[in-house]
Ligand binder design. Structure first.
Ligand code: AMP
Length: 315
């Protein structure tokens, strides 16, 4: 018997990206935070992912078909007159940093998420990186979810501090990277920054550190998961969104959020981040099967498993 995971509502960008990588220049690559997150979540929660986003007339119907074929509900994707959101980024030779060369909001500029009536009961909600007022607008349209997770970015931390402060009070979990955490708290030390951010509202906080792993902070303390080590990293675009999608996919499949389950979810999140970076754009994520995930979780377990860490010596 298969258990049907609890619906996950994902709100965010759907995009075409132009990616300048050390390995080559890739144009019109399918992307966007909601796309990466929903692909990752759908592996563990097939038939339970619901996307709300906006696309332009230039977005081929077949891409939506690809999402639907993975059991992702695209009824909340609005098609507006104009062009789809576009992002152009260039990565450093070591892929450790990137520069945004161009952002064309296009139809995303007027995006005001309208949550279809059939989605308002979603117990798991992922508020992608959009204007904090729009994130709050989404929460006003849904019944009290079991878990509200949000992402944000430097742009909103700098320009909309009070709107963001309000959203923080409504979150169960905030998922951001280390640079954003330091900026949001105005504190360099990550442990102190995490405590400061949690005092502002989010019950739990995940700080992503790219190849250096991710930290979870909740009432049970701090928890660390490493990045899954890979011999070859191809394209980090979307890794953070895949991490969040994998986390939500696991929590939805488990159906409850406890401290131990959240810690297990961190490993699934990191596994999806690792799949994402193995291909250009979402190419590797699109190919991930449950059997690939299972093999990666086995390898991940072997990586971190150790016996008791008791001090040696006389009892
Ligand atoms: P990540 O690498 O996890 O930060 O996600 C990269 C994805 O986010 C790309 O596919 C972009 O299309 C999308 N993106 C970049 N900038 C923005 C933005 N300002 N708002 C929403 N989505 C964005």
């Amino acid at each position: 018997m298969t258990t049907r995971p609890n619906p996950i509502l994902i709100i965010g960008s759907l995009a075409f990206d132009d990616l300048d990588m050390p390995s080559g220049h890739y144009r019109n690559v399918l992307g966007g935070a909601a796309l990466y997150a929903s692909l990752a979540a759908s592996v563990l929660a097939p038939g339970s992912v619901r996307i709300v986003g906006v696309i332009g007339d230039d977005f081929p119907e077949e891409h939506l078909g690809d999402l639907r074929s993975r059991g992702i509900d695209t009824a909340g994707v609005e098609r507006a007159a104009g062009l789809t959101f576009r992002w152009h980024g260039r990565y450093s030779d070591d892929l450790a940093s990137r520069t945004t060369l161009d952002t064309r909001l296009n139809v995303f500029a007027d995006f005001a998420p309208k949550i279809p009536a059939a989605y308002t009961d979603s117990p798991f909600v992922l508020l992608g990186n959009i204007h904090p007022n729009l994130q709050r607008g989404v929460l006003q349209q849904v019944a009290r979810p079991q878990l509200v997770v949000a992402d944000t970015m430097n742009f909103w931390i700098e320009r909309e501090p009070s709107a963001l402060a309000d959203v923080l009070t409504r979150l169960d979990l905030l998922v951001i990277n280390d640079e954003e955490a330091r900026q949001l708290a105005g504190i360099h030390n990550l442990m102190k920054a995490a405590a400061d951010i949690r005092r502002r509202g989010p019950k739990a906080l995940v700080i992503k550190r790219g190849e250096f792993g991710a930290l979870l902070f909740d009432d049970d303390g701090a928890f660390f998961v490493p990045a899954f080590p890979l011999e070859e990293v191809v394209d980090p675009t979307g890794a953070g969104d895949s991490f969040a999608g994998g986390l939500l996919g696991y929590l939805s499949a488990r159906g409850e959020v406890t401290a131990p389950i959240l810690r297990q979810a961190m490993f699934f999140a990191a596994a999806f981040g690792s799949f994402c970076v193995e291909g250009v754009g979402p190419s590797r994520l699109l190919a991930v099967r449950r059997s690939d995930l299972s093999a990666r979780m086995d390898a991940f377990s072997r990586l971190v498993q150790h016996g008791p860490l008791a001090l040696p010596g006389n009892q």
